[in-house]
Design a protein around this ligand. Structure first.
Ligand code: PMP
Length: 461
């Protein structure tokens, strides 16, 4: 029986954590010196740490706790399913009711003819599935050479070798032999950082046309698919110009290239619709899902696949799957999440209450001297920090230095706001109320003021 419990002093827990626990995306030696913050419980939009601080979580964990923390119904459903059927696989001609029910529910919620679901344990796994599925699709159609996949620079599609290769994060590619062959990265539609003097519309079109250039360079008969998030999340909440996605759609249709919409963050209400593809007017052949599917209460992801691709894949043995594909407990928890979202009209709350209140709060924060503007789609947003609003200039300090300072001030003000480079990122639980958004804005403003004072004192402006 473990002696490590909530009752140990913070310093002791931190020492044990440093001794034994390797953290993702972390320089563990630095964290060991500093000591990790220990989150002990959570309710609604608030986390509690081992020192008793109440922290407003404006990131919904990792963009996933859409329902908010501490919903007892979710725990009850998990316990019931654990007692009834804790596990069975869906490999060898077997299935189970939670898997059937969740697949049916997702087919009902997804737009168009996206009627089939291949389950995974996470977004990374689901994107690995997608990579193999689109290549297998074209091979089955007699075009095995139509296997290249085009993605964007600075995209995030997961951390496994396949999904990390689909992503366009250079620091990830520098470790462990990524990207694997056959994956290409074009410019991202980040007008704020890269648009220069172009209008957003012209810049959006130019970024989309980079896809056509790449397809023509490789040969359309070599390109299986294009993958993109409707709104890039981990890249810095990059809301593309309106001209971008219609042009991408046109180009993919013209060259017979499948579209994979990575909905891991955008899905399940984050942008105000069930899927970001609906918000952005995309007609994908496959959607990647995870995170908000279960509001992060259980690890589950998957691919929602259109009729045509599912039919072709269905005519061969697709030699792919995970022990936990469609895990019954995770599937039951995801179903309960979707049930609650519908019963409580969460999408209406997002559209009519939370997103307008968040937009108003962000517009207020944009008046701060450090904030260069607002990128927002529904309940995902970023505030780019800049020393000079009119030119959207970058700071002289290394990219991310100012963002990190601001994030530390957020923590000191009991607010979780993440930074990507020098952008502050916001993605709160969808259930957040206008009163809680006002508290978010108050803490964010205090953190921005403290950051500004630091930069002035250190002559960094
Ligand atoms: N795709 C996107 C767009 C994501 O944001 C993430 C996770 N941040 C993933 C895929 C990978 O999901 P997971 O961490 O569940 O593997």
């Amino acid at each position: 029986m473990s002696s490590v419990t909530n009752h140990l002093p913070t310093a002791e827990l931190q020492a044990l954590d440093a001794a034994h626990h390797m953290h993702p995306f972390t320089t563990n030696s630095e964290l060991a010196d500093k000591g990790a913050r220990i989150i002990t419980r959570a309710k609604g939009v608030y986390l509690t740490d081992s020192e008793g601080n109440e922290i407003l979580d404006a990131m919904a964990g990792l963009w996933c706790v859409n329902l908010g923390y501490g919903r007892e119904e979710m725990g009850k459903v998990a316990a019931r399913q654990m007692n009834e059927l804790p596990y069975y696989n869906t490999f060898f001609q077997t299935t189970h009711v939670p898997g059937i029910a969740l697949a049916k529910e997702l087919a009902d919620l997804a737009p168009g003819d996206l009627n089939h679901v291949f389950f995974a344990g996470s977004g990374s796994e689901a994107n690995d599935t997608n990579l193999r599925m689109v290549r297998t699709y074209w091979a089955q159609k007699g075009k095995p050479e139509k296997s290249h996949v085009i993605s964007r620079k600075n995209a995030y599609h997961g951390s496994s070798v396949g999904s990390g290769s689909l992503g366009g994060m250079t620091p990830m590619h520098e470790q462990g032999g990524m990207p694997i062959p056959g994956i290409h990265h074009i410019a991202q539609p980040d007008w704020w950082s890269e648009g220069g003097n172009q209008t957003p519309e012209a810049f959006g079109l130019a970024c989309a046309r980079a896809l056509e250039d790449k397809i023509l360079e490789l040969g359309a008969d070599k390109v299986a698919a294009f993958i993109g998030e409707p709104v890039q999340g981990a890249g810095g909440v990059i809301v593309p110009p309106e001209s971008y996605w219609p042009e991408i759609q046109r180009i993919c249709e013209k060259h017979d290239v499948l579209i994979i919409a990575d909905e891991v963050i955008c899905g399940f209400g984050r942008t105000g619709n069930w899927f970001g593809s609906q918000t952005m007017g995309i007609k994908p052949h496959i959607m990647t899902i995870a995170k908000g599917l279960s509001s992060g209460y259980a690890p589950i992801g998957g691919s929602i696949v259109c009729d045509e691709v599912a039919e072709v894949i269905g005519n061969c043995e697709f030699n792919h799957g995970y022990t936990y594909s469609g895990h019954p407990v995770c599937a039951a928890v995801a179903l309960e999440n979707l049930r609650i979202m519908q019963e409580e009209n969460l999408l209406d709350h997002v559209r009519n209450v939370a997103a307008p209140a968040l937009k108003e709060a962000l517009d207020g924060l944009a008046e701060h001297p450090l904030v260069g503007g607002v990128n927002v789609s529904g309940m995902m947003a970023s505030l780019p920090l800049t020393p000079h609003k009119a030119s959207r200039a970058a700071f002289a300090a290394d990219k991310g230095t100012v963002g990190y300072i601001c994030r530390e001030h957020c923590f000191a003000h009991n607010l979780v706001m993440r930074h990507v480079g020098d952008r502050m990122i916001i993605s709160p639980p969808l259930v957040i109320t206008p009163e809680e958004i006002a508290i978010f804005a108050e803490r964010a403003r205090a953190a921005l003021d403290a950051t500004y004072a630091d930069l002035k004192a250190q002559d960094m402006l």
